[in-house]
Design a protein around this ligand. Structure first.
Ligand code: C5P
Length: 227
């Protein structure tokens, strides 16, 4: 089995990020660099991680005019990043598909942010129900040639039906039984998420705030293997 754990490096500096990476070693399959760490350390840190041989997932959730998304995506592809997120609007996704060209960069669409509720949708002027918007965006992502979807573990079965068997389904909101959930409201265990068809699990605090991050990641791998 390939290691399905993506460790979210939600820290504000290179030093803190590398301390975690050094502790984890091969216990993580991927590392997710999000807005906070990217804002602090930029592409230099991403290049350093790639040079170390790490699989980097850049969680930038691009959302801009197609030409800008295309050009920025081409730059990300050139950094050697493996996974990049963009918002699931058709024109944005098309821009990203154009930008990655023949590179090995895989694109993931974010459908509706899991922090959104019906009030946030109304605030944007959207009258549709969230599950319907998720379904629409997943089917557009498939049409446009996006490689995968970021979704809640609770949406996996429905998203898989629409996205098809080849789509890479990446799920945050994953916690072992008994681990603190923090601000995540809708969680599943790692074993349940994999059983429901998740390909990759984004896990932050359960690992990064553990006294022994490597031990914690290995325990999660065990849970999955013995499910
Ligand atoms: O610490 P925790 O495991 O909750 O971290 C989850 C990571 O996944 C964070 O980096 C968070 O930004 C990200 N994420 C999420 N829910 C989404 C998309 C991304 O929690 N819908």
């Amino acid at each position: 089995m390939k290691n399905p754990i993506i460790v979210a490096l939600d820290v504000p500096s290179r030093v803190e990020a590398l301390s975690l990476v050094d502790k984890l070693g091969d216990a993580a399959g991927f590392y997710k660099v999000g807005m906070e760490l990217y804002a602090a350390e930029g592409p230099a840190f991403v290049k350093e991680m790639v040079a170390r041989g790490a699989n980097v997932f850049l969680d930038m959730k691009f959302y801009d005019i197609p030409e800008t998304v295309k050009r920025a995506t081409a730059i990300v592809a050139g950094l050697g990043v493996k996974l990049l997120t963009v918002h699931g609007s058709a024109s944005v996704m098309r821009g990203a598909v154009d930008g990655r060209g023949a590179s090995g960069l895989k694109l993931l669409a974010v459908t509706v942010l899991t922090s959104f509720d019906e009030k946030d949708m109304a605030d944007l002027g959207y009258a549709a129900a969230i599950p319907d918007v998720v379904a629409l965006r997943v089917s557009k992502a498939r049409e446009v040639g996006i490689d995968g979807i970021v979704c809640s573990p609770l949406e996996l079965k429905r998203v898989r039906e629409i996205a098809g068997p080849a789509s890479l389904l990446v799920t945050p909101g994953v916690r072992s039984a008994g681990a603190a959930t923090g601000d995540q409201k809708r969680v599943a265990t790692p074993a349940q998420a994999i059983a429901d068809g998740s390909d990759l699990l984004v896990i932050g605090r359960q690992i990064t705030r553990a006294a022994d991050p490597r031990g914690e990641a290995l325990r999660i791998l065990d849970e999955i293997a013995n499910r």
